[in-house]
Design a protein around this ligand. Sequence first.
Ligand SMILES: Nc1ncnc2c1ncn2[C@@H]1O[C@H](COP(=O)(O)OP(=O)(O)OP(=O)(O)O)[C@@H](O)[C@H]1O
Ligand SMILES: [Mg+2]
Length: 376
Amino acid sequence: MRLTRLAVRDWRNLHHAALGSDARFVVLHGDNAQGKTNLIEAVWMLATLRSFREAKPGRLVREGAHRARIDGTAVGHTGTRGMRWSLQQGTRKLRLDGAAPSSLSSWFEAVRAVLFCPEHVSIIRGGPDQRRTFLDRAAFTAQPAYLDVARDYRRAVRQKAALLKSPGTTSAQIAPWSDRIVDLGARVVMARYRVMTQLRDPLRDLYTAIAGTGRGAAEVELSLRSLGGEEDGLQAVRERLRSAVESHQQDEQRRGRVLVGPHRDDLVIRLEGRSARAFASQGQARSLVLALKLAELAAAHARGQAPMLLLDDLTSELDRGRMGRLVDILAGLDNQVWLSTTDPSWLGPLPSGEALRWRVEAGQVFGEGSTNIAGR
Ligand SMILES: Nc1ncnc2c1ncn2[C@@H]1O[C@H](COP(=O)(O)OP(=O)(O)OP(=O)(O)O)[C@@H](O)[C@H]1O
Ligand SMILES: [Mg+2]
């Protein structure tokens, strides 16, 4: 799928900007603090209805303005769709082809994206919650309905935790929440497991493709740290979860915490048998995250989907060899790629005639037409 047009009004520092983007590569370049990431964030907002930076909704509206708006034209398997997101006084309004969308899933069917931004190195370096979020996001991209399962599960954990903390709660009061944790939790585990198995092989290949085979290359492995038995299916996972919840019941009541369930799981990433979290160099961690995101695209491709790839600011920390190999991979994809960078020269050769360059300066966007970046 492609976003063929993007227009924003009073979004972040962008007063009014419109850009045609009917190309395989859309390159946003300019100096620091001009609005490049804000534009990538606008695309992500259309795709996921969320910001990828921590932001109070009000901060999305340009200072001094009352309302922010993002318009996009998405071309994908559901046809050409006009999408409008707007925010006024904390209230979000959506328009799909001029009318309120019948459901959020109909919105999410129209546009899908995979995002890389520099902060995502926390998927490798950070705590298990970062990796769970990554898996959940990937499961959502694969199947937007997963959003409801993950949200209902989190809600059940919060409810049960609140009961466990409040004095005088009886086992009978807790039981229905344990049941929900078992039912929803098993579905969460299976969705994550499916995503993990779909990512495993492409990740190995793509990591090697970026890292090359020389020094610093390493074999990468993925596994899910959960209760186990996922290969036996949903029912088996549910049974395991149920017996684990039951055997920890007293412990949970004593400690006032929900100790069992996929909110405690982790995605284990290993480089040559060692934990990538502790062992990967900065460049290896960066390459791993990029390979994970590209593996998401490969998995989507296998499912017959082609989400957009949004790459915010990956100018630094990859050596020349890795960067060249990454650009080769990008050139070989059939997905639309949005890139932001302070220095487009690092991009090297993108396929000629397939890249649109836009210069971002002080919240304004200036077109430079379709260019072969290699020729510049
Ligand atoms: N609501 C808002 N109103 C006005 N300006 C804002 C708002 N939100 C963010 N900004 C400003 O937008 C500017 C551009 O931010 P952005 O992150 O897009 O820069 P960038 O071009 O990606 O820069 P860099 O190369 O440093 O990453 C920042 O100076 C930021 O303070
Ligand atoms: Mg930026």
